[in-house]
Design a binder for this molecule. Structure first.
Ligand SMILES: Cc1cc2nc3c(=O)[nH]c(=O)nc-3n(C[C@H](O)[C@H](O)[C@H](O)COP(=O)(O)OP(=O)(O)OC[C@H]3O[C@@H](n4cnc5c(N)ncnc54)[C@H](O)[C@@H]3O)c2cc1C
Length: 398
């Protein structure tokens, strides 16, 4: 059997490696539009932006490992079309690749603001080239504005403050992260910015950028001007499905797939990682999950399914974020429950909030600098434990 994997980031490379580890002996081709050997993304907004000597690029796959695993890696090859009836994929050069089974792992790209820019100094942060350009820009000690106070914007702001730069975050919501964490916890978590000397403007919409060739600032809808030599726009990600537009695959804000990651109506094609839209077996909702761990877990599950093994048990979504020396960890989907318990604070350097469902069972948790709380939450969730089991009697449930 021949396997074609499109997109060689964490979902794609981990599928190839897991297939070999699970004994798949057929041909595996891995197509990637970037020229770089596959690299990992989380360090791009963390170690790669920190002051100091140039850090090593974190590789997901090297030429040596690819040779050892007999992977046919094609870099700089962009998929532009797919004909599932003929089982043929077409690339930007017109080359055709046929397949028996395929994994779509083309992930997502950074969402742009609906505001014209074209100015030097306005960046997004998704790829190694983006991070390299930003690292160079930060070395010039610019004034920094960050549009969007989600995880990527927050990590960039933290890296810039780590270099002692003036940083202002501009957030459209009244409370950063409130759509994910709720108002109370969103307010607590985002207080980390002001605690570390960054400016935070909320409920603010970007009207336009200042400058003719080089950006000089950001103008907000209320007329406020935020001066800046570097602007990072971190307002979410859009799935890379444009190349599938004429394929007939079910695409609607992601590629729809089923329990076993087979694209709905196309059983020889799997979709995994940031672009896969699927009913989560533990959450009971259909969602794309843009987390590193999720992409790796799905890759391994597909490799198991293809090789006839039992796929690993599904896990709750998990994401971490490193900001100002603190590690924030989120398990589950807080928006599917109610805030039931909180302890500690950002100012104290340790914090935890637990969310429960309608049966008062913990279903999500956000914690700061508390790895043991994550392990305890997972264990409690597996056992179907109560809030008291998790946090003890002394803490008032609300
Ligand atoms: C800066 C940054 C920091 C992050 N930090 C964290 C973190 O701390 N914790 C966490 O849980 N998650 C983090 N994430 C999210 C995590 O990295 C993603 O969930 C993960 O990369 C998704 O993997 P993926 O393989 O599905 O997609 P992607 O990583 O988006 O990879 C898709 C690949 O497909 C390629 N591609 C796209 N279109 C085509 C095409 N037409 N033809 C061929 N190739 C194509 C792309 O070049 C890319 O290499 C971070 C993301 C970013 C950008």
């Amino acid at each position: 059997m021949s396997f074609l994997i499109v997109g060689a980031s964490v979902a794609g490379t981990r599928t190839a490696i897991a297939l070999r580890q699970r004994g798949f002996a057929g041909h595996i081709a891995l197509l990637e539009s970037e020229e770089h050997w596959p690299y990992d993304k989380p360090p791009l907004s963390k170690d790669l932006l920190a002051d100091g000597p140039d850090p090593d690029v974190p590789r997901l796959l090297t030429p040596e490992l690819a040779a050892e695993l007999d992977l046919d890696v094609r870099l700089g090859v962009r998929a532009t079309g797919l004909d599932p009836a003929r089982r043929v994929l077409v690339t930007h050069t017109g080359e055709e690749f046929s397949y028996e089974r395929m994994v779509i792992a083309t992930g997502a790209h950074a969402r742009a603001l609906p505001v014209p820019s074209g100015l030097a100094g306005v960046h997004t942060l998704r790829t190694l080239d983006d991070a390299t350009a930003l690292r160079e820009a930060l070395a010039g000690r610019p004034r920094v504005a960050v549009v969007g106070a989600g995880f990527i914007g927050a990590e960039f702001a933290s890296a810039a403050r780590g270099r002692g730069l003036d940083v202002t975050l501009i957030e459209a919501l009244e409370v950063p992260m409130s759509q994910v964490l709720g108002d109370e916890v969103g307010r607590e978590i985002s207080s980390i910015h002001t605690l570390h000397g960054a400016g935070l403007v909320t409920g603010a919409r970007v009207e336009r950028f200042l400058g003719s060739e080089q950006v000089e600032g950001v103008v907000l809808a209320d007329g406020t001007e935020v001066p800046a030599d570097v602007v990072v726009v971190g307002v979410g990600a859009v799935p890379n499905t444009h190349w599938l537009a004429d394929s007939g695959l079910p695409i609607d804000g992601g590629v729809h797939c089923g329990d076993r990651f087979e694209v709905d109506g196309f059983p020889s094609i799997f979709a995994i990682g940031d672009l896969a839209l699927r009913r989560h077996p533990l959450l009971g909702v259909t969602a794309r999950i843009e987390h590193w761990t999720n992409a790796g877990e799905q890759a391994d599950a597909v490799a198991a399914i293809v090789t006839g093994a039992e796929p690993p048990s599904p896990q709750l979504p998990y994401v971490w974020s490193d900001q100002y020396g603190a590690r924030i960890q989120l398990v589950g989907r807080p928006s599917l429950g109610e805030l039931a318990h909180r302890e500690g604070s950002i100012a104290e350097g340790r914090f935890r909030a637990v969310y429960t469902d309608e049966n008062h069972k913990p279903i999500a948790q956000v914690s700061v600098n508390d790895a043991r709380a994550v392990a305890a939450f997972r264990k409690n969730h597996r056992r179907g434990g109560s809030l008291v089991d998790l946090v003890g009697e002394q803490t008032p449930a609300r």
